[in-house]
Write a protein that binds this ligand. Structure first.
Ligand code: SAM
Length: 222
């Protein structure tokens, strides 16, 4: 499917799938959305963690979520083991057209490293942040009690309804450790009900600019 780079309202770029009129991030601000949903309401649940935090990302895409998590690991002194699952990796040309390092006023070396490192191998990107990129479909995820936190960042249910179902949330539930947390930008009622049906306790939280609400789901099992 044809992908095109566009600029969102906070000045940061994202990728658009033209045929679907769907973006990798909110058009109201890619960086703003990622910071709000995944860092503020996800990673910050683990600020007091003295152990390494294992994160699974559903849709590695542009690497923006991984990059801001890496930056946060330095700021907040957190050790993070990050796994990004992605079936259709972005190209080097697309990476070169993104402007996250300028927007975040950081140098490009670490962002490039996230993209240049090989798939399926664990890389120590910094002393605090390790990354494993796995090229596969979400339905193939078979982790059991491995992750503290899931960034659920699939394309919207409007275009990929099969990814917002009990079948997929069951895999997410299994992949989380007890008390593990899943965050997503979606606030759809059908999504919340699918999460609850597989056992999650679900909270509605204020959404990022341009969105009223988002969801955070917690695995209650101990
Ligand atoms: C909303 S974008 C993710 C944005 C990403 N988190 C970022 O920060 O750029 C959704 C991603 O899911 C990937 N994807 C779509 N369907 C998939 C599937 N069935 N299995 C694995 N990846 C898929 C897409 O290629 C895309 O990169």
């Amino acid at each position: 499917m044809k992908r095109k780079i566009i600029t969102t309202a906070d000045g940061s770029k994202t990728i658009q799938i033209e045929d679907w009129n769907e973006q990798y991030h909110s058009v109201h601000g890619a960086i703003q959305e990622a910071m709000h949903v995944f860092i503020l309401h996800g990673l910050f649940c683990f600020l007091d963690s003295h152990k390494p935090i294992s994160i699974l990302e559903i849709g590695f895409g542009t690497g923006l979520n991984a990059f801001i998590t890496l930056l946060e690991s330095e700021k907040s002194n957190l050790h993070i083991n990050y796994t990004g699952v992605e079936a259709y990796p972005v190209t080097q040309e697309e990476v070169d057209a993104l402007n996250y390092t300028e927007q975040l006023k950081t140098n490009n070396t670490l962002f490039s490293k996230l993209h240049q490192c090989d798939w399926e191998i664990l890389h120590h990107i910094t002393p605090k942040f390790s990354l494993t990129k796995q090229q596969k479909f979400f339905k193939e995820i078979d982790a059991v009690a491995e992750y503290d936190l899931i960034y659920f960042d699939a394309f919207g249910a409007r275009v990929q309804p099969e990814l917002w179902t009990e079948v997929i949330f069951e895999l997410m539930y299994k992949a989380l450790k007890p008390k593990g947390v899943l965050v997503t930008y979606s606030a759809k009622g059908s999504v919340r009900r699918a999460m609850q049906a597989v056992g999650f306790s679900v909270e509605k939280l204020p959404g990022p600019p341009g969105k009223r609400e988002m969801l955070r789901a917690t695995k209650l099992e101990v």
